[in-house]
Design a protein around this ligand. Structure first.
Ligand code: F2R
Ligand code: MG
Ligand code: MG
Ligand code: MG
Length: 374
């Protein structure tokens, strides 16, 4: 019904903000030096600042700064605001919002190379919004997770169309403003599929069914990209033999087998196994699958987190994996929030982080847009 979907929209955007704000304290640390106790301690601290009577912070804590969001949320805000303002996608406008937001507030922990894109966009007055990104890394494009980390508003905006191809194209266009490497684009598409499936999910998470659908969708996408690249190569090299497809042709579809395996396994996989095989770094390929896995794994029992709901478990568990904690937690939080809805997100967490109120507002606006554009 109406209220369930609105709750899921709010959960997705607020879940993403909280993953970023709570995760950023641990960004760049090894899993070994974090541990579940440290994450619980940090969360216990923000919970102790909350006063249920006023649904805000305790009187003596009100002067304390809210936990800051980082580049992940700064860019997701621009995606949401641009889609809302234009009632659709406008590449130039979104490029302008990314760049202006950066120059207004540059100390949000942006990726090392994306700043070049913001400068070039600005210098060219946003004439060709895709050109600077295409020039990154000698024309290879960035494979960073900066496209996937901000994509959550797109599956909300495209929800009503219920058309995988339409969502795929929207996400590709949004991502290409800063990230042109196929791995970054397909990582953002993979994340958007996970959020879309979560918005359409209900009750218990069925890991097998979730992974099957995710894999089917991303395989279709990766096949198209591979065919395009092969065709281009065939044109370049005259007598190239038609090679057999390998897992390298379908990286996200292939890694979904590991996501499924680790999420379904009875005992919790060791952190080394996850960081080694799925990854926790700033590349899209070594972080988006980990976020999807964290959401799925947190629907099951996790030691020391028995008294936490599955949304809370998702955020806490994702952070304990270390590495790019704000980004993995923001992506996992978006999926979990989309599945469980805003009611699953503790009020104390919501009261402790910057931009939660805006996220709630954007969710309502995206919901309104998607229900009037039928
Ligand atoms: N930047 C960070 N975190 C590290 C610094 C803050 C931290 N608090 C600390 O110092 O401890 N986080 C943010 O960056 C990630 C998103 O990055 P994005 O937007 O993808 O940026 P960029 O610059 O395009 O890519 C990131 C780096 O990846 C490498 N790289 C990408 N493509 C490459 C290619 N084709 N060849 C070689 N290297 C490539 C480069 O090192 C890029 O600088 C998120 O974690 C966000 O939270
Ligand atoms: Mg960040
Ligand atoms: Mg600001
Ligand atoms: Mg990060």
């Amino acid at each position: 019904s109406k209220n369930v979907l609105l709750s899921k929209f709010k959960g997705a955007l607020v879940g993403a903000v909280l993953g970023d704000c709570i995760g950023s304290e641990f960004e760049g640390l090894w899993a070994k030096s974090i541990g579940v106790e440290k994450v619980l301690k940090s969360i216990g601290k923000l919970e102790s600042e909350y006063d249920p009577a006023t649904d805000g912070r305790k009187a003596d804590k009100q002067d304390m700064l809210l936990r800051d969001y980082t580049d992940d949320t700064a860019m997701a805000r621009s995606v949401a605001q641009s889609l809302i303002e234009n009632k659709g996608f406008d590449a130039k406008h979104m490029a302008k919002m990314f760049s202006e937001e950066y120059f207004k507030d540059p100390y949000r922990g942006y990726g090392g190379s994306i700043i070049t894109v913001f400068s070039k966009l600005k210098d060219a007055e946003f004439a060709d919004p895709y050109k600077p990104a295409a020039e990154q890394f000698d024309g290879e494009g960035s494979y960073g997770n900066g496209g996937a980390m901000r994509i959550v508003p797109a599956p909300l905006f495209a929800y009503r169309q219920n058309d995988v191809q339409h969502l795929t194209e929207l996400v590709e266009q949004i991502t290409k403003i800063t990230h042109s490497h196929p791995s970054a684009i397909n990582g953002a598409i993979f994340q958007s599929f996970a959020v879309d499936l979560a918005l359409r999910g209900s009750k218990e998470v069925d890991t097998g069914a979730f992974c099957d659908e995710l894999q089917k969708r991303i395989m279709e996408r990766e096949k198209k990209v591979t065919e395009k690249i092969k065709k281009r190569k065939l044109e370049e090299v005259e007598a190239e033999e038609d090679k057999e497809a390998t897992p390298f042709d379908f990286p996200y579809a292939s890694i979904t087998d590991d996501i499924r395996k680790y999420a379904l396994q009875d005992d919790l996989p060791s952190t080394e196994e996850i960081t080694g095989n799925l990854g926790t770094d700033i590349s899209a390929y070594r972080s988006v699958p980990t976020a999807v896995y964290s959401f799925l794994r947190a629907s099951k029992h996790i030691d020391k987190l028995e008294d936490r709901n599955s949304f809370e478990k998702t955020i806490i568990y994702a952070i304990t994996l270390g590495g790019d904690t704000d980004t993995i937690a923001t992506m996992a939080g978006a999926i979990a929030g989309a599945w469980y809805g805003i009611e699953a997100i503790p009020k104390s967490w919501q009261a402790s982080c910057e931009s939660v109120e805006d996220a709630l507002k954007f969710a309502e606006q995206l919901y309104e847009l998607s229900s009037t554009s039928e």
